[in-house]
Design a protein around this ligand. Structure first.
Ligand SMILES: CCCCCCC[C@H](O)CC(=O)SCCNC(=O)CCNC(=O)[C@H](O)C(C)(C)COP(=O)([O-])OP(=O)([O-])OC[C@H]1O[C@@H](n2cnc3c(N)ncnc32)[C@H](O)[C@@H]1OP(=O)([O-])[O-]
Ligand SMILES: NC(=O)c1ccc[n+]([C@@H]2O[C@H](COP(=O)([O-])OP(=O)(O)OC[C@H]3O[C@@H](n4cnc5c(N)ncnc54)[C@H](O)[C@@H]3O)[C@@H](O)[C@H]2O)c1
Length: 698
């Protein structure tokens, strides 16, 4: 976890020092930390946004290199979860802390009060807990725990660093064991797993209900337990059970479950063991997901289970075994959850945020209950039937003050903006004096209506002499052309409509490029195919570091045809190496995994990387842009290269070889302007649509 946090800091281009224990090897005291550094590029999912970021990490050991701490503004302790060992480390490093340096612990369970017991007062005022989630590059949540002793300036400083530099969304938690996300999340995991094993229920069906009806991530509950590791779950729960008050419900649901202990003894601890509740086996060379039989710990292949209920309400009303099970665990879970208010926090929206961001739930638990049956009224009724005491929050009807509009807050609050133009697929907003174009289709896919409104938006921006910001209101910039529409046109042989859409898309892209106002794109999430083409035609990109962008069309059996091929030729500006690199982007459908990669692979010159996707529009609107100098579409000279000689085409498929020949034909023209390449692009696309090399299958 320590090296992954160092990698995250390096991704933000901040200098970071990684210290680990000094090794016993007299010839190389840094061998422990060197091993950690060597492992960083191997971590999956990748911890580094680009291999070059490794250069931001300096290494050392905790005996010879403590002096390096004097260079640091923030020191995060990420060592083994044992209080006495943590104390020893603090004593060792405190003499080297700068006067205003902040000390933080990444503990997952130990309270700040306990960590501070043996710390001098001068350090207590700048000692906090920063609880990162694993993997730290990808998990947006960070729980920040402070106390009365910590001075506000320290809280502001660390909040700014974690939010702006590292891109985290901070949820403040009171100083209670497990804070918010682990206290609630681990409670639910233990409750479901232990109760279900005792009742001899099937993990596959339970997980299916969690994912299908409660919209949990695909892992469900048993799958998540495997992912975290049964050994780690045991450590967390033991630590929680030891530090929670005697009457805490966690202790009651943490029932003795010999099957779980036997699984640990057999190294059936989940994905990092030889199996868990599930395992993946190669049966007849086919990857097969299997589930454990609790009687003899053998595994059986899973057949896709059918859940016969359309909603959680139907299931709860059914009276079936699983209906009763879910009723019972949901009631227990919600009574526990509401009993934690205000102990862990008095802000229920923070609880929802923590569970969404820490566990990738679509909805937080309060929002979920809001949508189950009659919500809290149902909970009250069921608790009364079972004779269970109601927590104060429920008994006092505090839930009646919940404002459901606060559950999911988008980056731009539409209520604060004036809608200037709108159709069914997009809108133009005036938000704090900025003109914003945003798409509202599923995954922000591109269709005729999007392009039509985009053209109108540019007209409007030019009339008002205002720059235009293209901003997604959800988590993705755009997944490209609406493939369902493309598939429909192809299936119905409606190539006239297909061509019209292509032409409209190209027209919109060229309008972005040649308008006399600046087009600024705020790129987050996926910017694929046509989404990437919008970026390539923008004047400036503010790109979230975790952007996934690229001309992925070839992987779908298509080719870029909204100006993607044109841009790849044009941007090379006659440079042979760049042209080859750009053509490889098209042929290999290069989907980059970070903004760093996108900028380098696609030759983007006007971009700024942003670490916090929630702040991307704010950052973009704080930038000032010079008046745009509109380029002139002049002919470019293409280097005369043979693609089949320059590229290793042995791995290419039929479509790639065919496309390679067509790109070679463009090169053969020697001199070409943008319009000519656009026409070629469309022709290639249409020929392919009429004679597909791959089933679109969308
Ligand atoms: C018409 C003539 C114009 C054509 C011109 C083309 C020219 C241009 O150069 C080519 C393109 O842009 S080519 C395009 C290049 N783009 C691509 O090849 C990207 C294709 N998409 C993907 O690879 C994955 O969806 C993502 C990786 C984006 C997200 O993965 P994830 O997070 O696991 O999410 P998920 O579960 O997968 O999707 C969620 C929902 O969104 C839906 N939807 C998504 N994309 C769609 C699309 N383009 N379309 C329609 N729908 C699309 C998806 O069906 C699902 O809906 P459901 O009703 O709930 O089932
Ligand atoms: N792993 C996670 O998913 C996760 C998530 C959130 C928080 N945390 C917290 O992060 C901390 C570290 O957890 P981890 O999973 O990275 O553990 P780990 O066992 O993978 O790593 C522990 C690190 O501590 C070092 N270490 C061991 N003994 C030491 C000593 N005496 N002095 C100094 N360093 C020593 C080890 O060399 C190693 O680098 C814990 O407090 C844990 O609760 C972990």
């Amino acid at each position: 976890m320590g090296s992954a946090i160092a990698a995250l800091i390096a991704n933000s281009s901040c200098q970071v020092v990684l210290l680990d224990i000094a090794s016993n090897n007299p010839n190389d005291r840094n061998s422990v930390v060197k091993k950690a550094i060597e492992n960083i590029p191997k971590q999956r999912p990748p911890s580094l946004s680009h291999p070059s970021k490794l250069a931001f990490i300096k290494i050392g050991n905790l005996k010879d290199d403590l002096q390096l701490i004097t260079e640091c503004d923030l020191i995060i302790e990420v060592i083994i979860e044992q209080i006495d060992i943590k104390y020893k480390l603090y004593n060792k490093i405190i003499p080297y802390l700068q006067n205003d340096a902040i000390l933080a612990s990444n503990t997952s369970t130990l309270p700040l009060k306990q960590l501070k017991e043996n710390i001098p007062d001068s350090i207590k005022s700048r000692f906090v807990i920063t609880h990162f989630f694993n993997p730290p590059r990808y998990m947006e949540l960070l729980e920040l725990i402070t106390d009365q002793a910590v001075v506000p300036m320290v809280v502001d400083k660390i909040t700014n660093f974690l939010t702006i530099n590292l891109g985290k969304t901070i949820v403040k938690s009171n100083d209670t064991p497990g804070f918010i996300a682990n206290r609630i999340g681990c409670y639910l995991l233990e409750l479901v797993v232990r109760t279900a094993i005792k009742a001899n229920l099937n993990p596959v069906i339970i997980d299916k209900i969690f994912t299908d009806l409660l919209k949990f991530p695909n892992t469900g509950i048993f799958g998540l337990y495997d992912l975290i590791g049964h050994d780690v779950m045991k450590l967390i729960s033991t630590s929680l059970v030891n530090s929670l008050p005697m009457n805490d419900q966690y202790k009651k649901i943490y029932i003795l479950t010999p099957i779980l202990d036997k699984m640990i003894a057999k190294n059936l601890i989940g994905r990092k063991g030889v199996g868990g509740f599930y395992r993946i086996s190669a049966i007849n060379k086919v990857k097969t997901k299997e589930v454990i039989n609790f009687q003899d710990f053998s595994y059986t292949a899973i057949e896709d289970p059918k859940v016969e209920y359309n909603s959680i309400n139907e299931l709860l009303d059914s009276g079936s075994i699983y209906g009763q099970f879910f009723k019972s665990i949901l009631v227990e879970f919600y009574l526990y959850l509401t009993s934690l208010i205000p102990e862990v926090t008095d802000n229920i929206y923070d609880i929802d945020k923590a569970m969404r961001l820490g566990y990738s739930w679509k909805q937080g638990p309060f929002e979920l209950l809001y949508n189950i049956k009659d919500g809290f009224e149902w909970l009250k009724k069921e608790a009364t039937i079972k004779n269970l005491p109601l927590p104060k929050y429920v008994a006092n009807n505090n839930y009646k003050t919940i404002d459901s509009s606060k559950f999911q807050v988008s980056r731009i609050n539409l209520r604060e903006s004036e809608v200037l133009l709108k159709n069914n697929s997009a809108q133009v907003l005036l938000y704090q004096d900025r003109l914003v174009f945003s798409i509202s289709t599923k995954m922000n896919c591109l269709n005729e209506e999007v392009f039509t409104l985009l053209l109108e938006a540019v007209d409007l921006a030019e009339q008002r002499e205002q720059d235009l910001y293209i901003v997604p209101l959800t988590d993705n910039f755009s997944a490209g052309a609406d493939l369902k529409l493309v598939a429909h046109y192809i299936k119905t042989n409606d190539f006239t409509k297909l061509d019209r859409l292509l032409e409209l898309g190209q027209q919109a892209m060229m309008r972005l490029k040649y308008s006399h106002i600046n087009i600024i794109s705020c790129a987050v999430g996926f910017a694929l195919g046509g989404g990437c083409e919008i970026l390539l035609h923008s004047d400036f990109i503010v790109a979230h570091q975790e952007l996934n962008a690229g001309l992925v069309e070839v992987s779908r059996g298509l080719v870029p045809a909204f100006g993607g091929i044109k841009e790849m030729f044009y941007r090379a500006q006659g440079n042979k190496d760049r042209l080859i690199k750009n053509i490889i982007n098209i042929l290999t459908a290069n989907k980059t995994s970070s903004a760093d990669y996108f900028i380098l692979d696609y030759g983007i010159s006007s971009a700024q990387i942003n670490m916090n996707k929630q702040m991307i529009f704010l950052e973009a609107s704080q930038l000032t842009f010079p008046k745009k100098v509109v380029k002139v579409d002049k002919k470019i000279t293409l280097p005369q290269i043979s693609l089949s000689e320059e590229l290793d085409i042995s791995q290419y498929n039929e479509l790639q070889i065919l496309l390679l020949a067509q790109l070679q034909d463009i090169i053969a023209l020697q001199e070409i302007d943008e319009q000519e390449i656009l026409e070629r692009e469309r022709k290639i696309f249409l020929e392919l649509a009429q004679n597909p090399k791959k089933d679109l299958a969308f």
